[in-house]
Structure formats: C-alpha cells, structure tokens
Design a protein around this ligand. Sequence first.
Ligand SMILES: [Zn+2]
Length: 256
Amino acid sequence: MRIGAHVRMDSDPIGFGEKLGADVIQMFVVDPQSWDKPAPHPRAEEIKASDIDLVVHSSYQINVASLNNRLRMPSRNAVAQQAEAAAELGAFGLVVHGGHVRSDEEMAEGFVNWRKLFERQADKGGFPVPILIENTAGGNHAMARHFDNIGRLWDAVGDFGAGFCLDTCHAWAGGEELVGIVERIKQITGRIDLVHLNSSRDAFDSGADRHANFADGTIDPQLLAEVCRTAGAPVILETPAEGVADDLAYLREHVG
Ligand SMILES: [Zn+2]
C-alpha cells in the first residue's frame, strides 16, 4: 500500500515526503493557475533517484473537453508539455481533470474532444506517461462527475490506454455513493491508477469541491479507509495541510 500526499513545498518535494513518511507524493510542474511552460526542476535527479514514487497533477485551467478553440488548443499543449515534464521526473502519471462543456453545449462533443487529444498524440508516438483522468465534483455538463458520463467518456478514450484517478471528495460531493465505489468504477473504466483520498467540507451531492481532513469532513472516515484498502492503487491525500499527518496516521492504523 503506497500512501502519501500532495506536496506543498515544491522546492524540496522529497524532503517534504520524507518528513511526512510518505511512500508517494504528488506535485505540480507549473504554477497551477498559469499557462506557464514547465521549467526543469532543480532537484530532478534527487526526485528520480528517490524511493518515494511521484505523480504529477496538471494545472487547473486545462479543459481538454472545451468546444472553445482558444481554451482547448492551449489545454492540449499544456497536457503534452506537463506529461513531458512528468516523464523527466520519473513520474508514473499525469492527472488531468475531466473538464466540461458549457451548459448550452452537447456533452457528446466534449467526449469527442477527449478522444482527439489521444488520437493526435498517438500520431506523435503517444504520451510519455499515462494520462490519469480525474472525476470532478460540480457542474451539469462535466465529463467525469456522474459515473454514467464517465462510461461515455471511457467509450471515447478507453482504447488509448487512458488511466483513471478516483477522488473521493469529488465523487461524494458529485453525488456518487462511496459504498462499493471501487467495484462500480472498475466496471466502467477497468482500472483505478490513483486515488485522491479526501473528505469533503460539503454535503453529499452538493456539487462543491472543497476538501476536508478526515476528522472534520462529512464523509465517514471508515468509508475512506475502505476505498484505500480496496482500490489497489497508490493513495494521495489532498486534504488541508494542518491535518495531513493525522489523516495519514489514521490510514496507517486502519488500513494496515
Ligand atoms: Zn483530486
């Protein structure tokens, strides 16, 4: 069982992971609010050589599904660039949110755009690390909020070896029950490559994306431990910094 957390200290990610006692860490390769091009990490050699596994989370504006060329094109470029940077650090994947179309637009076209991302990259030899598509919490035209839509998404991208990242806060706030969720999503995607194990500040099906520590959130911590135990994938905590060590300790105690 590989458990860890999202890094808040980008200058020294391995130091952060060691201090926390993490087996796996997640980090950004650019300011997540920016369209910056990734720069080489000054500690790349140390990161690659470490026993601590790494996954990279892509920046937040990326929306591969968008029907707007001026958002979709830079999104495709950013995914390609950040996948390259992830590979250079020895990461096992790049997490990309499912994205959305606008409420007056057809969801089907968003799924086609996801397929095109992979088709176009396949012409260039594919991505250098697996793209892990993450479920999201809000909106009625999200590609990966409701699991029936994730099924439609997978019909579009499954052939290309897309990976899946299950976020428990997003599933819960998005209105998907956590009991039996691992089996349910695996029936759709065939795989879980990464878990974002977060509690939620908000209620079931609220549509709000606000992560909480296990002790403060609205999700029963035993349900979170159950997902951790059954997913068969590395687990990253993206919970508020002040409680991450306690969340990790809870998992070490209850998952074994
Ligand atoms: Zn997440």
